[in-house]
Design a binder for this molecule. Structure first.
Ligand code: C5P
Length: 283
């Protein structure tokens, strides 16, 4: 069975409080995008399932999120044998785009079909919670408000059709370390989450774009922050209606109403960066 696994971007990311369990309560407007990995899921050849990808440095055994998802499905549904998963990666890894979570979600969807278990998307999302905080959203896709650890999802009005340019600078940021740098009481700038939701309801792309923000941008190391701001400025300069960092970074994206402007932004960013993608909202 072949499936595609869509990346996500954060139109907003706000951190409300640190919890007793070490996680943080978040409030994020999440959007699935057409930048996607391709997965092939088949019954395992050997006694144990394998996850392989075309990126040699990704874990292949039970540390691979796709294999963790297969194990979580078997345990929760009490159904399904071992599976081999082959992943063609297009979503950059450790990028704030939920690449690993997207693959895990695709495996849950594949196993649900292969076994005929007939679980609802909400049921699959619940299983996904054990694999990672972004997996439930990746199961449901579209546009949603994610709260709690990221697992409490409310579908939102779709992002109006637009062109999305994503640029990942060549460094990675550790998500737990970045959470560790946040002092919730000292957050000065926050996204206008309610305003973004109202703009989505009104079908107002520019209204969404101008209210986007990610509180992690305030706690980046100085030189990282400078680079993120340069990419945002280049996107805006090329005509983006708004630009923001996604997740725990370092990917930065811009929303465009004009395809020509988005293509120009890609060409300009490709002079400096290898990982630049032009994509669209995925429903
Ligand atoms: O759930 P996931 O494995 O993706 O989370 C990775 C790490 O990010 C967690 O171990 C935690 O340190 C941090 N995290 C958090 N609050 C969240 C989600 C993740 O502190 N809501």
């Amino acid at each position: 069975m072949e499936l595609s696994a869509n990346a996500k971007i954060n139109l907003t990311l706000d951190i409300l409080r640190r919890r007793e369990d070490g996680y943080h309560d978040l409030q994020m407007v999440m959007q699935a995008v057409t930048l996607a990995d391709t997965l092939t899921v088949t019954p395992a050849q050997g006694a144990e399932g394998q996850a392989v990808s075309d990126l040699h440095f990704l874990p292949t055994g039970d540390k691979n999120l796709a294999q963790m998802a297969a194990a979580a499905f078997r345990e929760a549904a009490g159904l399904g044998g071992e599976v081999d998963v082959s992943i063609q990666k297009h979503i950059p890894v450790c990028a704030g785009l939920a690449g690993g979570s997207a693959d895990a979600a695709a495996v849950l969807i594949a196993m649900n079909r292969l076994t005929g278990a007939g679980l609802s998307p909400a049921g699959l999302a619940k299983i996904g919670e054990r694999v990672g905080s972004d997996v439930p959203f990746c199961v449901l896709g579209g546009t949603a408000l994610a709260e709690g650890r990221g697992e409490l999802l409310t579908p939102l009005s779709s992002l109006p059709p637009c062109h999305i340019v994503i640029c990942k600078p060549p460094f990675s940021i550790s998500t737990p370390q970045l959470f560790g740098r946040v002092n919730v009481r000292k957050i000065v700038r926050r996204p206008d989450t309610a305003g973004v939701i109202a703009a989505l309801d009104a079908g107002d792309l520019a209204g969404v774009a101008r209210r986007m923000y990610n509180v992690f941008e305030d706690v980046l190391e100085r030189r990282r922050s400078a680079e993120i701001n340069e990419i945002k400025a280049a996107l805006i300069d090329c005509g983006a209606l708004g630009a923001s960092m996604s997740g725990s970074g370092p990917s930065v994206f811009g929303l465009f109403d004009s395809r020509d402007s988005a293509q120009n932004a890609c060409a300009r960013l490709r002079e400096t960066y290898r990982d630049v993608f032009l994509c669209a909202p995925a429903r």
